[in-house]
Design a protein around this ligand. Structure first.
Ligand code: ZN
Ligand code: ZN
Length: 195
């Protein structure tokens, strides 16, 4: 693959413009962004099929390239609170998966391997980060992580977290240690589904 003539790729998005959009307009703009990324990807792979777009992803995943369904899925809850990250990174991230998967030999490439990183950097002009700093507080009903002495994962709702802050004591059922607030879950990953 050679992209040298194509840099840079997707224009930087305008934060104020994005913040002003209502939910429908935001989805339409994201679809247009996917379309722009797809057109760019077709410059290296003219037969690349146009991916369908769904807004049905839930939970902590921002986006997903779903080859079996033939398209890209996005999380609207996370989109609403992280507009620029979606426009500047997530769309490119998922389109890069889509492109690599359709390249000859692409199915054997690692999900975030060399090929994917090259598409991100050289075609889309985006740093190939696998995780993104996202506000997931609306998407995760239990965004407060607590730790004990064993490796049990303890996630609190904001209500339970407030109780703990006011002095309620909680202990791990497995190791018996008191639960101590660790951090907020504020990093989301994108996911990609195989075939
Ligand atoms: Zn424990
Ligand atoms: Zn990925």
């Amino acid at each position: 693959m050679s992209f040298s003539a194509l840099i840079p790729a997707l224009p930087t998005s305008d934060a104020a413009e994005l913040e002003a959009l209502d939910e429908t307009a935001l989805r339409n703009c994201l679809m247009a962004r996917v379309e722009a990324a797809w057109r760019l990807a077709r410059e290296v792979h003219p037969e690349l099929p146009r991916p369908h777009v769904w807004f049905d992803l839930r939970g902590r995943s921002a986006g997903q390239a779903h080859y079996g369904r033939g398209g890209l899925r996005f999380n609207t809850v996370l989109l609403a609170d992280n507009r620029r990250v979606f426009f500047d990174e997530i769309v490119a991230h998922e389109m890069a998966h889509w492109l690599v998967f359709h390249l000859k030999e692409g199915r054997r490439a690692r999900p975030h391997g060399r090929e994917w990183q090259r598409v991100m950097r050289d075609l889309f002009g985006v740093a190939p980060n696998v995780t993104h700093r996202l506000d997931v507080s609306q998407a995760s009903p239990q965004p407060y992580l607590y730790r004990c002495h064993c490796d049990t994962r303890h996630a609190f709702t904001s209500r339970r977290h407030a109780m703990a802050r006011r002095g309620s004591r909680y202990a791990c059922r497995r190791c018996g240690a008191p639960l101590v607030f660790d951090r907020r879950a504020d990093a989301a990953e994108t996911a990609s589904a195989p075939g």
